[in-house]
Ligand binder design. Structure first.
Ligand code: IPE
Ligand code: IPE
Ligand code: MG
Length: 240
């Protein structure tokens, strides 16, 4: 199937620590500068007409990092919410947080998250989902628990029944996943929703990704040929 603009783009924002280490700075400096790429990717998506953008900000495994780094990330996210909520709302961007409700999330951050979700919930121009305290396996387990809680009979357990029990069931499957920094792995990201996503692994660290790096990925996406297990148009024509 020919591809145009992806409906749903997801970014695994990786390489902040290495960016800082290369410059002999503390890893946290990479997270701080990475905020610039976050803003660029949101603004570019908004300008290009990407309707769904998901950013992987903190995984269920990231809790195992040193306490100071985890605390820094919590403070950074809280500061970012306060800095960016007004313009996100002004531009009609609906903000959501995809993830668990870990008791380790500081209560004041949890309140700020609830506030921005509520402030922007009726916006329709674009949906920005921040995967925060997210794990793909955790999300599947939670959906499965809901199936059981709903007393679903065995033969009614279908892909649709499970998919409808994820945290945001209205979110379309991911079309394009971009993982910066050159690492080529899933790291427990939206396992259910990436079943037929296109993947890109730019060799650039997240703080340097910025609008140019993102635009290049959107451009490359147009050249991809998605098949979904079937045959693409050219194959079909050659067979005739
Ligand atoms: C990604 O950058 C940000 C988070 C996981 C929060 P890293 O912190 O993983 O940076 P590297 O991979 O160590 O360079
Ligand atoms: C994945 O990156 C999580 C985020 C970008 C938030 P990691 O840096 O945590 O993943 P691994 O440990 O290299 O697989
Ligand atoms: Mg990393």
């Amino acid at each position: 199937m020919a591809t145009g603009l992806p409906r749903h783009v997801a970014c695994v924002m990786d390489g902040n620590g290495r960016w800082a280490e290369q410059k002999r700075m503390p890893r946290t400096e990479g997270h701080r500068v990475g905020e610039g790429s976050v803003v660029d990717v949101i603004e570019t998506s908004h300008a290009c007409g990407v309707k769904w953008l998901t950013l992987y900000a903190f995984s269920t495994e990231n809790w195992t990092r040193p306490e100071e780094e985890v605390e820094f990330l919590m403070r950074l996210v809280q500061g970012a919410l306060r800095r960016h909520a007004p313009w996100l709302h002004l531009r009609g961007i609906r903000c959501r947080f995809l993830g668990g409700d870990d008791a380790r999330i500081p209560p004041s951050l949890a309140r700020d998250i609830a506030d921005i979700v509520e402030l922007t919930e009726h916006n329709t121009r674009m949906t920005l989902t921040v995967a925060f305290d997210h794990g793909g396996r955790d999300a599947i387990v939670r959906a499965a628990r809901t199936l059981v809680r709903d007393g679903i009979a065995e033969d009614a357990v279908t892909e649709e029944a499970l998919a409808s029990r994820f945290q945001y069931p209205d979110t379309p499957d991911v079309d394009l996943v971009i993982r910066t920094s050159g690492e080529q792995r899933v790291s427990n990201f939206m396992l259910w929703q990436v079943a037929y996503a296109e993947w890109m692994f730019p060799q650039i660290l997240w703080p340097d990704f910025r609008a140019e790096g993102y635009r290049a990925c959107l451009e490359e996406y147009r050249r991809r040929n998605r098949r979904y297990g079937g045959l693409d148009r050219i194959d079909e024509m050659e067979m005739i």
